[in-house]
Design a binder for this molecule. Structure first.
Ligand SMILES: [Zn+2]
Ligand SMILES: [Zn+2]
Length: 232
């Protein structure tokens, strides 16, 4: 467990990150440790979105909520979520529904990354379900899939994670053509993989997003997602 450190405000404004993992799936440390580090980096939001397949989502969500409550009363927002990972595409909607019913504030789907094999049809099922907030690392998504993302208000992800990031340029271009929303997530599996604001900016620029488009990706869309997850 990392020692408690001082909070450093991010000079570039609030940082929002909707994708990370703890040792409740394949991360290296606890949700509390991840949230503490994010808070020290000056993040406004970090979602813990541990991998979920066909198992019961209840124990994972119960534990994440238990740890999230420790930050009650602070400006930092620890979101509780899941990343639906490598399940048969036809099961995605039902599992997303079950996770939401059991308290998931945000639902991601592990998209068809170029870095590993993911069941074909995963992107499509996630975009069709009406129950998914973010399609993570969607890889070589098609123009039709990008249009569906726009139509169904599913946010597409620019990923800081090695491997998944290889298709960031393609994802950004498809999203721009279709008018779909984008966000930059760390997909951190350890505290030192969290992405401060300056690095998120560089990753967005590296994906081909113009300087004029950065505010939408790094601030406006994240605020929209947050309002959806935590309606006030
Ligand atoms: Zn993933
Ligand atoms: Zn992930």
């Amino acid at each position: 467990m990392a020692a408690v450190r001082t909070v450093r405000p991010d000079p570039l404004g609030d940082r929002f990150d909707f994708h990370s993992h703890s040792f409740l799936s394949d991360g290296t440390t606890s949700a509390t440790d991840m949230w503490n580090e994010a808070r020290c980096l000056g993040h406004r939001v970090l979602a813990l979105t541990d991998h979920l397949s066909l198992e019961d989502p209840a124990p994972l969500l119960r534990r994440l909520h238990q740890e999230a409550r420790a930050w009650d009363g602070e400006p930092f927002v620890p979101l509780v979520g899941v990343e639906l990972t490598k399940l048969p595409p036809r099961k995605i909607a039902a599992v997303a529904r079950a996770a939401r019913r059991l308290g998931a504030e945000i639902v991601l789907v592990h998209g068809e990354t170029v870095a590993e094999s993911v069941p074909a049809g995963t992107n499509r099922a996630a975009l069709d379900s009406g129950l998914v907030d973010i399609l993570a690392h969607p890889g070589l998504l098609t123009a039709e899939e990008a249009e569906l993302a726009e139509k169904n208000s599913v946010v597409l992800e620019i990923s800081a994670r090695r491997g998944h990031a290889l298709a960031n340029g393609h994802v950004a271009r498809r999203a721009e053509e279709a008018g779909a929303l984008l966000v930059v997530d760390s997909d951190a599996h350890a505290p030192d993989q969290l992405v401060p604001g300056a690095r998120a900016r560089a990753i967005a620029r590296g994906a081909g997003i113009a300087e004029t488009g950065l505010r939408a990706v790094l601030e406006q869309t994240p605020k929209t997602i947050l309002r959806r997850c935590r309606p006030s």
